[in-house]
Ligand binder design. Structure first.
Ligand SMILES: C[S@@+](CC[C@H](N)C(=O)[O-])C[C@H]1O[C@@H](n2cnc3c(N)ncnc32)[C@H](O)[C@@H]1O
Length: 350
């Protein structure tokens, strides 16, 4: 049992069961024992591998997409180039390398990384050595100017609540204690005016912070211009229980060993779209594989392949397949783009 499990058990003994959202926040962001505050989770030696860590091509395609959107909107002379939850900083480094030759883009960009983990901020600083980078703890700190933003595998780690349609009505899934261990329990009834009725056993997941955060981003883009590219695993309306924990590249029990595993849930792109549409326009939901193909990943893959051989070539071919093939990340991962009303959708988006 971890120290954080003891802390959470003591809290539950004192004041009763906690919501899954509260549980996720403690496990991921507890100042001393949280997963993101204490771990370097990414990469083959970490717990999971993200698209930018698989191949430089991912960041290159998104960088050129952002730069094209910037040019399409008249190449504003000052803008924020932001990333939410930048992990090791690899995606931003690839975006910056790919856009070096775009005249005026770097000179106009104020680079801001929105990151809560002090540990990962240190890694990002090293990865982006040589660039003038600032950090923010939240999107509310982003300046009031044109905003070109990317968020990959960020929204899935924001805290969710789960509600289940039982024979009594809608009940919230909570984390309680059972015989000295953490366990799920169903709380009292949620007022039925909140949700539409549904079949018995239906699970509904809500992520209020994702909605609020998307609205903040869309408000800035709607007012000042820009584009936000949001990529993650999920669906327009994800179905069922998607709350999961990953440790050492394996799915594990989310209530065991708090602070050791990454906790996530599938992203509900419909709720993000609706939040953004109050301020800006949103593209259709586009599968990652299709988006990357449209942005030219295969041509780029072929040009890189020409310089490779042996194991490096094999790895490169595998990476291209992992990012784009529908049986790998190509279909599970999806993307939306937010742009000002009336602007063109960024290249590659439906
Ligand atoms: C799964 S990693 C994604 C890393 C990176 N985007 C990539 O594709 O490799 C999630 C990132 O979001 C950060 N993060 C988690 N919760 C956050 C929050 N509430 N605000 C800002 N950053 C957060 C983590 O510290 C980490 O950098």
């Amino acid at each position: 049992m971890t120290e954080l499990t003891d802390i959470i058990l003591a809290q539950i003994a004192r004041s009763g069961p906690i919501t899954i959202a509260e549980y996720m926040t403690q496990c991921l962001l507890h100042p001393e024992h949280g997963y993101y505050t204490t771990h370097q989770p990414l990469g083959s030696t970490g717990d999971f591998v993200t698209a930018p860590e698989i191949s430089q091509m991912f960041g290159e395609m998104l960088g050129l997409c952002l730069a094209q959107a910037w040019m399409d909107q008249g190449a504003p002379e000052q803008f924020t180039l932001a990333e939410l939850g930048p992990g090791r900083g690899t995606l931003m480094a690839d975006i910056l390398r790919a856009t070096k030759a775009v005249a005026g883009f770097h000179a106009a960009a104020k680079i801001i990384l929105v990151e809560v983990s002090p540990e990962l901020r240190t890694v990002q600083e090293k990865t982006l050595d040589g660039y003038n980078v600032q950090w923010a703890g939240s999107v509310t700190e982003l300046p009031e100017q044109a905003l070109y933003l990317v968020a990959n595998e960020f929204f899935d780690c924001l805290p969710i609540s789960q509600h289940i349609r039982t024979e009594h009505g809608w009940q919230q899934q909570m984390v309680g204690a059972n015989g000295g261990a953490l366990g799920f329990i169903l709380a009292g009834l949620t007022p039925t005016t909140v949700f539409k009725d549904a079949d018995l056993g239906t699970v509904l997941e809500l992520c209020p912070s994702a909605v609020a955060l998307t609205a903040d981003v869309a408000r800035i883009i709607g007012a000042h211009g820009g584009a936000a590219l949001i990529l993650d695993y999920g669906d327009y309306q994800p179905k069922g229980d998607t709350f999961q924990a990953v440790h050492n590249h394996e799915k594990v029990d989310p209530l065991k060993d708090c602070g050791i595993a990454d906790l996530t849930a599938h992203v509900n792109f419909q709720s993000l779209t609706q939040a953004a549409e109050a301020f800006a326009q949103v593209s259709g939901l586009t599968a990652q594989g299709i988006l990357l193909e449209r942005l030219g990943i295969t041509a780029r893959a072929q040009s890189l392949a020409a310089k490779l051989q042996g194991a490096a070539l094999e790895n490169h071919i595998t990476a291209h397949r992992r990012l784009t093939h529908p049986a790998e990340m190509g279909q599970l991962f999806k993307a939306i783009a937010i742009t000002p009303n009336g602007a063109a959708h960024p290249a590659g988006f439906d």
